[in-house]
Every structure is written in structure tokens, then in C-alpha cells.
Design a protein. Structure first.
Length: 245
């Protein structure tokens, strides 16, 4: 059985999480402790050595990101809990972390928890993922995103991305430094992660970093400074020309 704790500054929210675990996952997860702020959360982690933490983004004496940064132990999975805070949600997504929105919806809750249960290993790269999310949340560094593959976790600078190509439920991200990275992510999700003033959807299956574009060929392609060619669809040509050049 997975040992879990709930850290949230709202007693009602802690009780909601515990009740849903009791209803939906009584045989898989045991809530062994809780906390209401960074200080009590760190104490709970040290005492109960959880394998899973339900963690609020905004705590009375800091943030959930601060708590993980300060915790000596980081060998656990995290499901963030947040209200509809656009900045927090974007930061969590950029760090490729899991989250649940307040007010909690049962289907979303069960999906996030089931994903954590099926994860064979606790997040080995948690510190890096949280660092990327925290920096984005604080406005320190908003130029990195996390890309996960079955074999590795990449922290990629946005400017290193040349273009993205989608194929159904997968997207290949072409970078200068790391080459092609295949991720199990829809193109729409990639659009949400990357700044729309820089990354332009020039084709149903392609999104290009306009900072790498050097010219448009009348053959219907954008030529990049790496000599790569990215197609432009007829339907998106006017939009592309307006936003790239």
C-alpha cells in the first residue's frame, strides 16, 4: 500500500482528499499524515516518509515548490493541488508535473491518482522538474520546459527548439542540442507550453520557432538557419507570413 500525506492550508481541502482516497482507493493508498504549511509539511515528510504527496501550490508560509526544495528527501511522487491560477498551472505544466484543480472533480482526481499508482518508480528527477516549475512560477526563468520520454527527462531551452511535428498522440520536438525528442504529447499541449508570439502553428502538423526562420520559399516551406525545411499549409499561409516576418 502506498503511504501518502496531504499538505494544504485549507482543512476542508485536506478532508476532501482523504475522503476521496477512502472512497476510490482504499486498498491502494493509505493517508498517513498531513500538514497545513511548509513547516508542518516538512515535519510530516520526515516523520512518515511518504511515497506520494498531495501538495497545495499556495501555503501560508511559502509554496509547494518551496517545500520540495527544502525537503532533504525527494524520493516521492507529487500531485499538486491548485485553484484556477493561470501562472501556477502553466508552471506545473512546464515542469511536466501532475496536478488537480480546485474544486476537485472526481474523474480528474481518480485519473491523477491512478497515474501515480501505476508509476513504477518515484520521480527520480523531481528536484529538476520542480526547479523548472518554481523558476517559471516566480518569473525567474521562463525559458525552459521539461520533456519526458520513456528513457530520459530533458530540460530544454525554448530557443533551442527548432520546430515540432505531430503524429496523432505523439509530437517530435526537433532541437539543436539534443536532436529529435519524441514525446507522448498532443500538439495542442505543446502549443500551451510554448510562447505563442515565438512558436507559430504554420501547418496542422507543424509548429515552428520563428526565431530560427530565415526565409519563406514559394514551394511552401519555411527555411530555418539549420537548413531544415518546415511546410506551411495553404490555409495557414497568411497567418504564418503575418506572424513570422
Amino acid at each position: 500500500m502506498i503511504r501518502a500525506i496531504v499538505i494544504d492550508d485549507e482543512l476542508q481541502m485536506r478532508n476532501e482528499v482523504k475522503e476521496r482516497i477512502r472512497l476510490f482507493f482504499p486498498k491502494e493508498i493509505a493517508i498517513v499524515g498531513e500538514g497545513s504549511d511548509v513547516a508542518s509539511g516538512l515535519s510530516a515528510i520526515a516523520t512518515f516518509e511518504p511515497e506520494l504527496i498531495f501538495l497545495d501550490v499556495q501555503l501560508g508560509d511559502g509554496t509547494g515548490f518551496d517545500l520540495i526544495e527544502q525537503s532533504p528527501a525527494k524520493n516521492f511522487n507529487v500531485i499538486f493541488i491548485t485553484g484556477f491560477d493561470t501562472n501556477a498551472i502553466k508552471a506545473i505544466k512546464v515542469g511536466a508535473l501532475d496536478y488537480i484543480l480546485k474544486p476537485i472533480e472526481d474523474g480528474e482526481f481518480k485519473a491523477a491518482v491512478q497515474k501515480a499508482i501505476e508509476s513504477k518508480n518515484k520521480e527520480q528527477h523531481l528536484e529538476m522538474l520542480v526547479n523548472v516549475s518554481q523558476n517559471h512560477y516566480q518569473g525567474i526563468d521562463q525559458k525552459r520546459i521539461i520533456l519526458k520520454t520513456p528513457e530520459a527527462v530533458f530540460a530544454i531551452q525554448e530557443n533551442d527548439i527548432l520546430y515540432c511535428k505531430s503524429d496523432g498522440n505523439y509530437t517530435t520536438v526537433y532541437t539543436q542540442a539534443q536532436g529529435a525528442i519524441l514525446v507522448s504529447t498532443h500538439m495542442k499541449k505543446m502549443e500551451e507550453l510554448l510562447p505563442p508570439n515565438v512558436f507559430i502553428r504554420c501547418h496542422q502538423s507543424y509548429m515552428v520557432n520563428k526565431l530560427h526562420v530565415v526565409k519563406y520559399s514559394k514551394r511552401g516551406f519555411l527555411l530555418l538557419d539549420t537548413s531544415d525545411e518546415v511546410p506551411v499549409s495553404a490555409r495557414r499561409k497568411e497567418f504564418t507570413m503575418k506572424n513570422v516576418f
